[in-house]
Design a protein around this ligand. Sequence first.
Ligand code: GCB
Length: 586
Amino acid sequence: MLAPRESRSRDCRRLDGLWRFRFDPGGQGITQAWWRGPLPGAREMAVPASYNDLVTDTAEREHVGDVWYQRDVWVPAAWAGRRIVLRCDAAAHHGTVWAGDVQVAEHAGGYTPFEADVTGQVRCGEPVRVTIRVGNELSMETIPPGVVSQGAGGRARQRYFHDFFHYAGLHRSVWLYATPPSYVADVSVAVGFDPATGTGEVRWRARVAGPGDTSARLLAADGTLVAEGTGTAGVLTVPGARPWSPDDPYLYRLDVGHGDDQYPVPVGIRTVAVAGARLLLNGRPVALRGFGMHEDFTLHGKGHDDARMVRDFALLEWIGANSFRTSHYPYAEEVLDYADRRGLLVIDEAPAVGLHFSLGHMGDHGARTFGPGGIGGPAAAAHLAALRELVARDRNHPSVIAWSVANEPDTAEPGARDYFAPLVSAVRELDSSRPVCLANVATAPPDADVVTDLFDLICVNRYYGWYVNSGDLDTAERDLEAELRAWARHGKPILITEFGADALPGLHALPPVMWSEEYQAALIEMSVRVFRRVPEVIGEHVWNFADFATAQAVHRPGGNAKGVFTRDRQPKAAARLLRDLWRAPS
Ligand code: GCB
């Protein structure tokens, strides 16, 4: 689905700001048709933002069920005769949208956009009432999964198996935008680059609607025309192409035209491939340095925030990182646009997290994940839909170098193979140009895991020195190396997608002990030393970039403290260590 972008033919209005808002603990909104008039008993709520940390009442912060957002929007008179679209970038985790009295869209999944043509429901020059119902209930049929139960006072409680707070609300912008009646509906771009000749290739395929001619024009960053073609699909050759890379994130622009419509797609010409145990970018081995991150910030929760994003990228540059994983869900499109421009390499992850019901602190010891009563067909269908939407949304971003289909599912269970094999094939069919991976969990080591051969990269999350060998970095060093050498037998590149330790900012200890800033730094230093000894290891992503909110738990003081930056984005001791390691000339 195309992101809203301004062009000579398109007008976009972000509907950010204060909306009328109401909790719906009794689920009356539907029976009382709250969309038919001004939302009864409404207060105001900020969009985009999670609502959870903006309220002062526990039952509201931890509310399970629907909330309602509403506002009146003026439809510009100048939009008469145009196609008008209402789009929601993210309704976490289930959204239903009405324009006036008419339901125009419904969507499951909290991290991908959806939209509706509302031309027939609005009058130009008049306001339209936009109402959005947002639900946050998880089940065994949703991705991620969760369980709702009845607590004291008849209040619903929700339990989930992932280690980040289940924020909810309108986390990203809502838009009203206009295009000509004949328009570009979708564009997919595939690029090629031959390092030997310096020739680039840009293949485009457009879906269009309405009468008109279709064309594609590739422009250099300074606006000069590089190549052009006509029709809904074609190949443009770019002799002497300037390839996109972290050192030089050069972007061309592909203007796709149809009738009077014009849609601009930023294009980076680059290739990604796996060759033996190497990951190649533009034909050259690349080593990944960076983090698993979260969309998480004080007050905003998971609400997209440009200011936070700019700070995060400034810190990534400061510390010498070249990559990150969108753990554990697709991030806002603004983040990928920015990564394209800043030259960050992104592992783009589906929101499939917590598919491991027996995992220590998150689940019930011994519980099965895949099969009756657990994850089965409906969850697989939701997972497939999430993957389709992920690839459809993000495939044109040069920054995206791999798809991660899930984080830490129980891949030691035999049922995991039947579950994942079709999903991996589907992703490959949707996009054959990027490696596919899955972040492996510690309970599925090389001799127990049943899915690794399905993937191009071996991604492992490991906590030697923290959850195992707690406080004993010497034994941790031995055991980490032994396990990585076992994974190396697959002959594939290994990326450590998580390693790290909690550190309470300001807690110091000499010699280092767990929870101190020094211990976190020492564990990271030890781990990196091991990674450098195993040639198949092509990258390291520390868990986590910054401290983040989680569900309340005895081992989560104020949330997860594995950030090398605090939640307000100031460095802990480990940040300085990483800066020295990653910025040192190699
Ligand atoms: C993991 C998970 C991540 C957690 C982390 C931790 O393995 O993938 O979501 O936050 O461990 O800190 O326990």
